[in-house]
Design a protein around this ligand. Sequence first.
Ligand SMILES: [Zn+2]
Ligand SMILES: [Zn+2]
Length: 324
Amino acid sequence: MLIRQNAFDGKERMLKGALHCHTTRSDGDGTPEEVIRLHVSKGYDFLAITDHRRYNYKNFAPETDITIIPGMEYDSTFERGLGFRCFHIVCLGPDDETNGFAQDQYFESGHSTCQEDFQPYLDWLHKNGQMTIYAHPEWSSTPTKYFDRLRGNFAMEVWNTGCAEEGNEDMNAPYWDEILGEGQPLFGVATDDGHPMRQHCRGWVMVRAKSRSVKDIFAALKEGAFYASTGPVIHDFYVEDGIAHIQCDPAAWIEFSSDMHPTRRIRSEEGKTITEASYDLSRYGGYRYVRASVVGENGLRAWTNPIFLPEYKELETACEDSFR
Ligand SMILES: [Zn+2]
Ligand SMILES: [Zn+2]
């Protein structure tokens, strides 16, 4: 049996996109024009300008050829006498009448004391047509137990340039395998969350979409037809007859991951770069999904989305997994 991860299951050109950035419309340093032009100069096909609680559809540099994905970042804080925790959600919306929000519409922060309290805000975003990303879990001080019962996010951030640069946080998919292991099939996105200009264009997604329209990019994101990167290029990722295979541009090493130990880091024995690796899932057995990361010689990383094996399902009770 062959299962190919959606990003690599077709011939469409991969589109490069940024899903989370800030401008002077909230607390970013660059004007929207500057931020858009910078992304165009770096070869981006699409960009969402996700200023805090201020909705945007507009291309502020209309002379440029880039698709603007409607969006904003919404937040809700919660204080329990334990210091600061918060939920930040990147919203991406359609560019037609199914989007319930208007250009420049402004929202106040929410307030919740736990994830159950926050769920109605999330439901409201979805009701207004938004696809949502759970942003920077480490920066928000929310380990898995604080967000693992939220419903309806399609992805979570596995890399956030701003958090990485400023606090060594959200750099390599913290909590992703725990969430996936619980049976929540969240995809992983790399974003910049750029505030100063230097933080833009360092984490992105490569999306296999039919065209550069918002509609096609949306459909591709929803199907997980993308991978996340801070540099490395991935060409293929599939499982055939119980063996996971990945192909990429020359890399220092490749890692396979799942929620179960052990998984592997694969390097060339001669210390040379490698362009492919495989991992026999039957070696230990019991895997329900597998994903892979590629690390370049410069230390930069890319992440595939998981391949969900036929055994994959949401765990209905904690007892279904005897290790929990
Ligand atoms: Zn944020
Ligand atoms: Zn942000």
